[in-house]
Write a protein that binds this ligand. Structure first.
Ligand code: GRF
Length: 205
């Protein structure tokens, strides 16, 4: 039996593509891709891979509670075990997060708790940091605040070309996100019962 995940996106979907490429003929199945925007390029990527898609946008349903309830129902019907936020640019309601508690992960282009929220890459460049990174974390009701599963740091030399900097972040994201999902699917990720902020990850072995 495969481990059933859904991927939530809002735009380009390059992280979605990394997951689609990584989980071909695998123990992990992407059973659905949901976008918050009808024009997201990632929807085409999912369709090309033969994955079911849906759009749950605030343009169509401006009541966020109702939108997220419908989204939760859609995921529940498909028996989704893990919800992966891969460039999903909206906040989910507390009710949604409670329903999928401990079963939502997000990829964020910074070494949290530095630079949470929108524009993390721009903030890091603007600040002139010399070490940057990517974080995969569980999602709780705070913004980019949930328990950290994996982080990878890299040096960020002086650079004016934001497109090149962005590319560097993406390379790391595209490696780290599939790795985190694999570890979770294999049951190798658990919260410390004495301090649920601390995530125990059993790497190979
Ligand atoms: C990624 O940098 C991700 O970390 C951030 O949004 C971006 C989405 O890129 N949350 P893509 O849609 O996966 O190409």
């Amino acid at each position: 039996m495969s481990f059933r995940i859904a991927v939530l996106i809002s735009g380009e979907g390059s992280n979605l593509q990394a997951l689609l490429d990584d989980f071909q003929d695998d123990a992990i199945e992407i059973v659905g891709v949901v976008s918050s925007r009808a024009e997201a390029r990632g929807l085409e990527r999912a369709e090309q891979a033969g994955v079911e898609t849906a759009v749950f946008s605030l343009a169509e349903e401006p009541d966020r509670e109702r939108r997220d309830e419908a989204l939760a129902g859609w995921l529940g019907e498909r028996r989704v075990e893990l919800v992966v936020l891969a460039g999903f640019m909206e906040l989910l309601t507390p009710a949604f997060i409670r329903r999928f508690s401990g079963r939502i992960v997000n990829v964020h282009p910074a070494l949290l708790p530095s630079f949470p929220g929108l524009g993390a890459i721009e903030q890091a460049v603007e600040h002139g940091v010399k070490v940057a990174g990517v974080t995969i974390h569980f999602v709780d009701e705070g913004v980019d605040r949930g328990p950290i599963v994996l982080q990878e740091a890299f040096e960020l030399p002086y650079h004016r070309d934001i497109a090149q900097v962005r590319q560097r972040f993406h390379e790391v994201e595209h490696r780290l996100l599939p790795r985190a999902v694999r570890l979770i699917a294999a049951g190798r990720v658990s919260l410390d019962p004495d301090n649920p902020r601390l995530v125990r990850v059993e790497e190979d072995g």
